[in-house]
Ligand binder design. Sequence first.
Ligand code: RM4
Ligand code: MN
Ligand code: MN
Length: 412
Amino acid sequence: MTNKAYEVLAEDLAARGIEVEQVKDALKWQHIETPSWGFANSGTRFKAFAWPGAATTTQEKLNDAAMVHKMTGITPTVAVHIPWDRPEDDDYDGMCQYAEAQGIKIGAVNPNVFQDDEYKLGSLGNPDPGIQERALDHILECCEIMTKFKSNALSLWFADGTNYAGQDSLRQRKRRFEAGLKTVYENLPTNSRMLIEYKFFEPAFYSTDIPDWGTAYAWALKLGPQAQVLVDLGHHAQGVNIEQIVGFLLDEGRLGGFHFNNRKYADDDLIVGSSNPYELFLIYNELVGAEYSDDELVSNTAQNVAYMLDQCHNIEGKMVPVIYSVLNCQEAFAKALIVPRKHLDDLQAAGEVLAAHQLLTDTYRTDVRPLLAQVREEMGVPVDPIAAYRASGYEEKIKEERGLADASGGFQ
Ligand code: RM4
Ligand code: MN
Ligand code: MN
């Protein structure tokens, strides 16, 4: 059954020269990875408020991720953090099979070298060679875990840095990092990628060892083609043009993945698109433009981008904010897919400044919800995933079964 609003929109899009069936196919292939830690209790450094039913075990997180996939149809994988998601019985194959039995797969493996006391002065950048080695061992173990999970992405984020000028040598820290990353690269499973995430501050406040995309990119270049940059939307200074970074990295074949979230001030980790949906659209516009590029490297790079959420919910529940984020990514992607590319190219080539701008912003204003409803119906998932989730009884069930877990720490 097609809905009336969709028919009107499809006609309008066709008149703008858009191949609606192609747009629908692209939307059906969209894939967003959910974060296992997004289903657990987490919060700010001041307080993490417990949410009734929040997941505490990995199985619960996998169940939640599977439920999000059931509601949306576009979240078939879940990223894991080791040790937060280390199976208690060390049965990695069993965990992998459990995920598959729920209809999902394990995606990126995230090592954690920031929560042990030993890491007070850093991990790979630590002045103590023994601690550097400890961090390295953990990351290498994660490379082995990737094989067990059939995962093809090692996602690296480091809390390393210094708080005071003079605390450590900036150049020595760079060298330690470079050596550590090189060893990790040499031990990456075949056909997998290393995603290097950057962040300009926090928890270190004077210097951070991988502060920006330029540093991550320089290392990716030195390491080799399996190393790429991961862009987390909350990891830039205010006002930074993220879509331009995305365009640059795509063009160089080094954009590996995203941690989607939204922020107003710093690394706020809020629902994707909640405060700046226009920025999200502009980012997707770069991605879609690259995907349709004639340049093979650029187009392949865009097609292999790992789209992941990295959020932390303190007051808004767990499941609904994840679903909401997925839907906002879907909407931004849909709007980027209906940008009349040829027309835009022509206006740009002719130097038609405002006409080009207007074409893009008019496209952004298009209400694509009827299109998304149609796509969902064709995919056999709920047309309104949030309403369907609320009506499913899942929230009440997990509340009842899991109760209220302790949430005193920042994460988990
Ligand atoms: C960091 C970063 C990482 C995430 C940790 C928990 O700010 O975004 O990706 O794994 O938080
Ligand atoms: Mn992140
Ligand atoms: Mn972050």
